[in-house]
Design a protein around this ligand. Structure first.
Ligand code: NI
Length: 392
């Protein structure tokens, strides 16, 4: 791996920091200790942090030269409500909370780059370092934006990075468009009339309507969408009835998630679901209400910024280690909110082959310490390239 020597020198410090964060995971908007550690690190290298944006968010700013260019680099800080199964010394000290997505590593990588850039300042312009809360569930990025992130720090572009198990350490992946999907949720309530199970003609059975609806909704992706548009509609909840074997229930409920890469596809899916819910309900003589809720938007890189990141990565690790052919993920990511506000690019850094249950959100997961300096080097080279000083 072609890490920067000055960042290699930070390796032990970054590993220690990462292990400390891993041992003390904190959930969405409760990253108080993590936020304090980040702020203390920034102060230690001469950056006065702004704390408290979105509660536990931290922002640091570094300027060099007199250039007008400004970019933002973002790391996420929150952990997951997962019970860690690892036994290594830096395992979680908090039962039921775990850094199972590597945000401990993301935070450490960005701090490593910050330390390097604060010491070397071989760039011309402004770098904004964003340490955001609540990536996993509650959209900390959205809250930071609502509280003025890009008003107070008007950057030209914003960049993100996530570790990717299954991609070898030393490799990166860049997408020139969609990289992660939206994550919408829906609930459907079907109201009929309960009845004695032996006398179904006296009721209106919402359970049969629910079963029919679960099947009918499978046609949304296969029959309503352009076949080249990827999307998923998964029904993950189906409830009806109580304890009794001889009672037709009065109500049934379905719920699930929708994933897609384009807002137009989300619109189309929601409209089709409304129509199918109403139609199936009418066919069964019951009433349906669909509650369709938009979650994280699709994460879509802007092609120009993706190309710049690709070139920086090729300089760093060589063309053979920069993948541009990986399909996007149907997972979701709240960096999407930042990409709705500013051009930018979100890359994947290989976390190594995902053996031993080392997938994201798995109780055996751990961030790969061997890529800490590589990720920090990418951040550093991205800044030095995008904000390259003009020759004197
Ligand atoms: Ni994550």
């Amino acid at each position: 791996m072609n890490t920067l020597p000055a960042i290699d020198a930070l390796r032990e410090r970054l590993v220690t920091l990462r292990h400390d964060l891993h041992a003390h995971p904190e959930l969405a908007f409760a990253e108080h200790r993590t936020s304090e550690r980040v702020a203390a690190f920034l102060r230690d290298i001469g950056i006065t942090p702004r704390v408290g944006l979105a509660g536990t968010g931290v922002v640091g700013v570094l300027k060099a030269g007199d250039g007008n260019g400004a970019i933002a680099l973002r790391a996420d800080m929150d952990a997951l409500p997962v019970r860690e199964q690892n036994r290594f010394p830096h395992r979680s000290r908090h039962d039921g909370r775990m850094h199972a997505c590597g945000h401990d590593g993301h935070t450490a990588m960005l701090l490593g780059a910050t330390a390097y850039l604060a010491a070397t300042r071989r760039f011309d312009g402004t770098v904004v370092f964003i340490f955001q809360p609540a990536e996993e569930t509650d959209g900390g990025a959205r809250v930071m934006i609502e509280q003025g992130l890009f008003r107070d720090y008007p950057v030209d572009a914003v960049f993100g990075m996530h570790n990717w198990p299954g991609l070898p350490a030393g490799q990166f992946a860049v997408h020139a468009g969609p990289v992660m999907a939206c994550a919408d949720q829906f609930d459907i309530a079907l109201r009929g009339h309960g009845a004695h199970a032996a006398m179904p003609q006296q009721g209106r059975d919402p359970l049969i309507a629910g079963a029919a609806l679960a099947l009918a909704l499978q046609n949304v992706v296969s029959r309503e969408l352009d076949p080249t548009d990827a999307a998923v509609l998964s029904i993950t909840r189906l409830f009806a009835g109580g304890e009794a074997y001889n009672v037709i229930p009065g109500e049934a409920r379905l719920g699930g998630t929708v994933r897609a890469f384009r807002p137009e596809v989300q619109d189309r899916i929601e409209q089709a679901m409304q129509r199918i819910c109403a139609g199936v309900a009418a066919a069964h003589g019951v009433q349906a209400t669909l509650d369709y809720r938009r979650g994280y938007p699709p994460t879509v890189n802007t092609p120009a910024q993706a190309e710049r990141c690709r070139r920086v990565l090729i300089d760093l690790v060589g063309e053979g280690n920069v993948r541009t052919d990986l399909p996007p993920s149907m997972g979701a990511e709240d960096f999407a909110y930042m990409l709705r506000e500013r051009p930018g690019c979100y890359v994947w850094i290989g976390n190594g082959l995902a053996e031993g249950g080392c997938m994201l959100h798995n109780p055996h997961y751990d961030f790969n310490d061997d890529i800490l300096t590589l990720g920090a080097s990418y951040w550093a080279r991205l800044v030095e390239t995008l904000l390259a000083p003009h020759p004197a």
